[in-house]
Design a protein around this ligand. Structure first.
Ligand code: SF4
Length: 476
């Protein structure tokens, strides 16, 4: 059987805002995970429209398309085309799960929720020529999942081919997050067996890894055993976690010892009223500065995530947020305009209040205002969002934020990472076009190398002093 897996390009990837490097970071791991359920006799191809032109003149037996909100129209177009040609088309992903009735007319089968149970069940039905129109994931487990088909991934087309996911979902319930919609009707947070995760890590060549888990520290026992197993592997890795998990216990120290060098942290807003309204309880009353200092003391760079346009945001929110992020030494920032994704509690609330202005999903890219705002006009929100990016990534801001660190090496790493990421677009474009992104990896690994604590100036922060006893001996 010939099976084709397709990730259509997100609409924003084709807009003038497109930074090609942003869409050449990670391979479509979810599709490569599903491909693992095929049998040895099956022929599989995986195409990712972000890094290649799709080959659309073929006629596979089965086409599997991953649908996000901003590639939905493109996904439906491709699906319709293959179906006209007589191919069986299956659609799955976040958007299909949120709006199955919209996706179903474009598919022979749809998958709701995660695919580890539904895809093998579908394959069996398909081989028996009795596929159902819809598959809903009810049993949620990562036990005995087959090895991700990494052989289908063109590694040289991605900056971070070693991306990996060892958990599913997240224990929290922020009202703007897709997570609850995707995992509705079953467990919304579960983890791989530690040994399986470690084996998957061992399969990955080189040093650098990127954990794409929503919350790598979300399951404390699992994370602790994982980091224990990773000690001595010589890996450098990046991941995501919440403020409260950084502050609790010594898991973050264990992560640093295992090789954690940069962390995506959802600060989202500095305003407690907004946190409360968004059900982001895990951030409420947490000391952001203490969490930041703790990461800095461990030499971990921070990618801060911020949302603009929450109901209590006013005109000052942009400057306040950027000033805070720069003076806190945040290395990179991801700003979003609040986006009520269908299926989320936020969408339901806004729809009830009559505040959804458009259902053109192409605009749901966190760069457009798609709902009626409260204390800000839509124009102010869009202008402020654009300004925040420019201000945060200006050279003076990058320099000022770099200088917030104690260790000289951390200052340099910060400057190189933030500047390299945002200020060398022509170089990134050239490396992408010439399929040489893999040549940038040693540079990335160099920047993510350990910060030596022994070059920390005598003027240590209070927290650093307090934690000195916990610091691990670090090599050069
Ligand atoms: S912590 Fe992050 S992943 Fe978890 S529910 Fe909130 S936004 Fe979603």
């Amino acid at each position: 059987m010939k099976v084709k897996f397709i990730l259509p390009a997100l609409t924003e990837a084709k807009s003038p805002y497109w930074r090609p490097i942003k869409y050449s970071l990670f391979p479509p791991l979810g599709l490569a995970t599903l491909a693992a359920y095929l049998s040895e006799e099956d022929e599989a191809v995986l195409e990712d429209e972000h890094v290649q032109t799709l080959e659309l003149s073929d006629r596979p037996d089965l086409v599997v398309i991953q649908v996000y909100i901003t590639n939905a129209y493109r996904a439906y177009e491709i699906a319709d085309m293959y179906r006209k040609r007589g191919c069986f088309v299956a659609l799955g992903g976040l958007h299909v799960t949120s709006l199955p009735e919209e996706a179903a007319p474009h598919a022979d089968a749809i998958f709701l929720g995660p695919g580890e149970e539904t895809f093998p069940a579908f394959l069996e039905d398909f081989r028996n020529k009795q596929p159902k129109a819809s598959y809903f994931s009810s049993v949620r487990t990562l036990k005995h999942i087959p090895k991700v088909r990494r052989d289908l991934i063109h590694r040289s087309r991605y900056l971070v081919p070693n991306s990996i996911v060892v958990t599913r979902g997240c224990p929290h319930h922020c009202d703007f997050c897709y997570k609850d919609a995707f995992f509705e009707g079953g467990k919304s947070f579960y983890v791989q067996q530690v040994d399986d995760a470690l084996h998957e890590i061992e399969r990955l060549p080189g040093k650098h890894l990127y954990f794409l888990d929503d919350h790598l520290l979300g399951h404390r026992r699992f994370a602790s055993e994982l980091f224990e197993g990773m000690k001595g592997m010589g890996r450098l890795f990046q991941g995501a976690a919440t403020i409260d998990s950084i502050l609790r216990g010594d898991l973050i120290e264990q992560a640093a010892e295992a090789g954690l060098r940069s962390l995506f942290v959802g600060f989202e807003t500095l305003n407690p009223k907004n946190l409360e309204a968004s059900n982001k309880k895990q951030n409420l009353g947490r000391d952001y500065q203490r969490a930041i200092q703790r990461l800095h003391d461990l030499g971990i760079m921070i990618n801060g995530s911020f949302v603009f346009g929450l109901d209590d945001d006013d005109e000052d929110v942009f400057k306040r947020t950027v000033d805070w992020a720069v003076s806190s030494g945040i290395t990179t920032a991801t700003f979003h305009i609040l986006t009520p994704y269908p299926g989320t509690a936020l969408f339901r609330r806004m729809e009830e209040e009559g505040r959804i202005l458009t259902k053109n999903w192409d605009l749901y890219d966190t760069r457009h205002v798609v709902y009626e705002t409260k204390k800000l006009s839509a124009e102010q929100l869009k202008r402020g969002y654009d300004w925040a990016y420019q201000a945060f990534y200006s050279w003076p801001s990058i320099l000022k934020a770099s200088l917030q660190h104690d260790a000289h090496k951390h200052k340099l790493k910060h400057f190189a990472y933030a500047g390299g990421w945002k200020k060398f677009e022509p170089l990134w474009n050239f490396m992408i076009k010439s399929e040489q992104l893999n040549k940038m990896r040693p540079l990335l690994e160099g920047i993510l190398s350990k910060v030596r604590y022994d070059d920390t100036p005598l003027e240590e922060s209070g927290y650093a002093k307090e934690k000195r006893g916990q610091k691990r001996v670090v090599d050069g």
